[in-house]
Design a protein around this ligand. Sequence first.
Ligand SMILES: [Fe+2]
Length: 257
Amino acid sequence: MIDELQIQRFLDDGAFTMDTPISMDRITAAAEALDRLLPQKEGRNRSSLTCNYDDPALIDLIQDPFFEQVSCQLLDSKAVYFFQTAIITAFPQPGVEFGFDQHVDLQYTLTDLEASPRRVTSIFFLWLSDVALDQAPMMYRPGSHRPLAAHWETQAELKGEIPRIIGIKLADLPELDYAEPQPLLAKAGQASVLTTGMVHGASVHTGDLPRKVLVITFHAADVTIGLPEVQEIAKREYDATLRKALPQERRHIVRPI
Ligand SMILES: [Fe+2]
């Protein structure tokens, strides 16, 4: 599935892009599902949904054994469970100067990252359209999750609270020696794997065509990742939806009740 070098890039850089075995027909079907589910709202340049869709073209990708198997490798775990999913369409923003957001979404320690199984999530950004420099690439600071994880490790009040999902803007993060931001580029059908404990964020879409992505997240079966209450409720409801929608032989990716 993936090799040791790619696993090392996940640990050190926090991101890499890879080919997937997903056919372009399946990618096109999912892109069409986003067209149906995520119309552009007036005055908005992004549309998104989290854990609340059951379109067969999207379920078909979420359940693909490829993401489960790569997650087992990334998280050094024999078994993994589905965690969350999101769909996002970024629409062109004519006349807007390039710029980008910077934040983290996941808080963990270096011990969590280096544990076996790893106490972090594996996240796939499965690109449903090309991502060039002018197509709202995600921007990220390679390796920035490591000094942050080392810092979180020193914060006594976080003991027992993390790993957890929590959005923190760059301005509220400790002033550490972060690498310069880089764009994450890809072709439709490729997946970018990253850890959102790294400083990253969405950028302005300076091109012409909507950019679409399906996000799929897993965690090691024996590891609990904390969620804000609203997300936890939505996730539990979505687990039930998935259990019903998945074929019997794929249901094991959803954590049992
Ligand atoms: Fe994020």
